[in-house]
Ligand binder design. Structure first.
Ligand SMILES: [Zn+2]
Ligand SMILES: [Zn+2]
Length: 341
C-alpha cells in the first residue's frame, strides 16, 4: 500500500497549533488503527499548547476520543474491523514501583496518547489494544469520547466518599463540574450546590439537578452556603483549578468533611491552611489523579444513559475548525467541545 496522508492538528512547538497533512499511520502488532470519530478538547490541551503541561513536541494532541477500527495489527484477536471503541489514553509501564504496588495511575513511566505520542486530533490514530474499549454501536461516538473525563471524575467521586444524604458543594461548572454534579447525585447527595462565575454554566448546572447555584465572584458565597448549612457540607469539590476558589471552598467544609482538589491549579500557586482546624475538625483534603480502572464503569454509565452526555458535549466541530475550537474552550457558551475528524 502506498503511503497516504491525513489531516491532523499538530503542536510543532510551544504556542503554535497548525492544521497539517501528516503521514497516515499503520497498525503495528498488538495495536489498532482507528478512524477517529470524536475527540474532546480537554483543559489540558491548551496547557500543552502553552507549555504549562509537559508533553513531547511536535505532537498531535487529543486524549479523549473514540473511533472505528479501520485495521488491526498482528496478534490482535479481540477486535475486528468496524468495531466501535473508546480510548483510555494512559499507558502504564507495569514494572515501576508504583505499578507493582497497584498504584498504576501513578506510574512513573506513564505514556499518554495525545501527550507523549500521537493522539486523537487526527483522521487516524494507532492505539495499543490494551487502551481500547469495545463499545455498543448504540452509544453515539461523540458521547463515547467522554469516557476518559467521566472515568477521571469517577475516580474523584470514589475518593471523595459521598454517602447518601450528604450535602455536596462543587466550585466550577465546566465539563468536569457538570459530570461530577451528575455523579454526586447518583451517589445519593441530598443537595448539590454549584458555584461558577458564568451565568450560562450555572443555568446548565441547574438543568442537571443542582439544588442551588451561586456566583462566587459576587462575594459572600461561602457565607451564603453557611447561612443555609451552618455546619458546612460533607463533601466539597474544587473543579475550578482556581486557588481563590479553593480558599473559598475551605470555608464551607463541615466537621468531618472532605475537600477534593479535583481542578488543576497553577503549579506555582500556594495556599495557607490552618493545621489546627484540619486536625480539630477531622478534615480530609485530598487529590485525585487520572482514571485507574474506571473506564469500564464510565462507559456503562454513558451507554446506559444514566449519565447525560448530551448535556456535557455542547459543541461538535470538524477538524478544519479545530484551531478556532481550541480558542473557544472555557468560554461561557460551551462545555465540552468535540472535534469530529
Ligand atoms: Zn483530559
Ligand atoms: Zn509504571
Amino acid at each position: 500500500m502506498s503511503a497516504q496522508n491525513m489531516l491532523a492538528l499538530q503542536i510543532p512547538e510551544i504556542g503554535k497549533l497548525d492544521l497539517v497533512q501528516a503521514k497516515k499511520p499503520e497498525a503495528r502488532p498488538h495495536t489498532l488503527l482507528l478512524r477517529v470519530a470524536a475527540s474532546g478538547i480537554c483543559g489540558t490541551d491548551p496547557h500543552i499548547l502553552h507549555g504549562l503541561y509537559p508533553a513531547n513536541l511536535p505532537l498531535i494532541p487529543g486524549h479523549e476520543y473514540s473511533g472505528v477500527v479501520e485495521a488491526v495489527g498482528d496478534g490482535v484477536d479481540s477486535f475486528a474491523v468496524g468495531d466501535h471503541v473508546a480510548v483510555d489514553p494512559n499507558i502504564l509501564c507495569g514494572v515501576c514501583e508504583f505499578c507493582r504496588r497497584g498504584k498504576v495511575h501513578l506510574c512513573k513511566n506513564l505514556t499518554a496518547l495525545g501527550v507523549n505520542i500521537p493522539g486523537g486530533f487526527a483522521e487516524y490514530c494507532v492505539v495499543p489494544v490494551s487502551q481500547a474499549f469495545k463499545i455498543p454501536k448504540s452509544l453515539p461516538l461523540a458521547h463515547a469520547a467522554l469516557a476518559e473525563p467521566v472515568a477521571c471524575c469517577l475516580r474523584g467521586v470514589d475518593l471523595a466518599g459521598i454517602t447518601s444524604g450528604d450535602r455536596v458543594v462543587i466550585f466550577g461548572a465546566g465539563p468536569m463540574g457538570a459530570i461530577i454534579l451528575q455523579l454526586a447525585r447518583m451517589q445519593g447527595a441530598s443537595h448539590v450546590i454549584v458555584l461558577d462565575p458564568q451565568k450560562r454554566r450555572r443555568e446548565r448546572a441547574e438543568a442537571l439537578g443542582a439544588a442551588w447555584t451561586l456566583d462566587p465572584v459576587a462575594g459572600g458565597a461561602a457565607q451564603a452556603i453557611r447561612d443555609q448549612y451552618p455546619d458546612g457540607a460533607e463533601v466539597v469539590f474544587d473543579c475550578s483549578g482556581n486557588v481563590a476558589a479553593v480558599r473559598e471552598a475551605l470555608g464551607v467544609v463541615g466537621r468531618g468533611g472532605t475537600l477534593m482538589l479535583y481542578g488543576v491549579c497553577h503549579k506555582d500557586q500556594n495556599l495557607e491552611i490552618n493545621p489546627f482546624w484540619v486536625n480539630d475538625n477531622e478534615i480530609t483534603i485530598r487529590g485525585s489523579y487520572n482514571n485507574p480502572n474506571t473506564m469500564a464503569r464510565a462507559l456503562d454509565l454513558l451507554a446506559s444513559g444514566r449519565l447525560d452526555a448530551g448535556a456535557v458535549v455542547t459543541d461538535r466541530v470538524p477538524l478544519s475548525q479545530g484551531i478556532e475550537a481550541f480558542r473557544s474552550t472555557g468560554s461561557e457558551n460551551c462545555l465540552k467541545v468535540v472535534i469530529e475528524p
